[in-house]
Ligand binder design. Sequence first.
Ligand code: IPE
Ligand code: IPE
Ligand code: MG
Length: 265
Amino acid sequence: MSRCSEIIIFSYFCDRLSYKDKIDIAKLPKHIAIIMDGNGRWARQRGEDRVMGHRNGVTSVRETVEAAAEIGVEYLTLYAFSTENWNRPQEEVMALMQLLVSTISLEVKTLNENDIRLLAIGDLSSLPADCLMELNEAIKATSNNKRMSLVLALSYSSRWEILRAIKSITADIELGKIQTSEITEQNFEKHLCTSGFPEPELMIRTSGEHRISNFLLWQLAYAELYFTEKLWPDFRKEDLYEAIVDYQGRERRFGKTSAQLKPHS
Ligand code: IPE
Ligand code: IPE
Ligand code: MG
């Protein structure tokens, strides 16, 4: 067989591979963060109430969690409700909170079967009592699971988190536990909600919006950003895998030059 036909056959099979098959497991991001956006528009496009979009978004959450766990992602953080989202119409906020309660209580069994630990970041004290109770129970019930950590960002905003960290570190200074001159990136991070988590290497936002919306501003400093037009309720496993393949094709330079990253020849 000629070299040329080998190449044609090879590219034919590459085209037929699913995104999952194209992933290099050795270069998997340890932590993926997702801004799940577009539920409202998805519902409006169908002439339905925005809440219908949130309900359909639950299937996408399930698929994404399963997809990430299947390939060995260690941390998956999902932006589910921002501090600013409290300013939405009261009925939508209430419906979202109810959806959260029912989804969490339904999913605990599956999380345990799949060895997935649930965690939450954000101003959890601002959640309605039933929601907080359900959340805490689920966190406790899944706390020994090891395969993947699923982090829900709830009533979360990065500016809130950073201010909270500053207050906490200032309190430590006042108590004499640390000197101002000793503040480093490493010990500052210990005061963030994500203390102990690896930094997200990949951040995905659905719905075609190109912004961060107060999400993990500190932690995303060097994350690769991936934007897709898909609305969240349409997001499926292959969409996650497509984002990972795209991420794996990028060169992460961290301020260095491209030549510095190449192994010496
Ligand atoms: C994301 O979808 C879900 C939450 C913010 C809770 P949206 O509700 O923001 O949907 P769009 O962006 O209005 O379409
Ligand atoms: C960001 O989406 C918050 C979540 C996905 C939970 P929004 O829809 O609230 O963000 P903006 O208002 O378009 O920036
Ligand atoms: Mg939105």
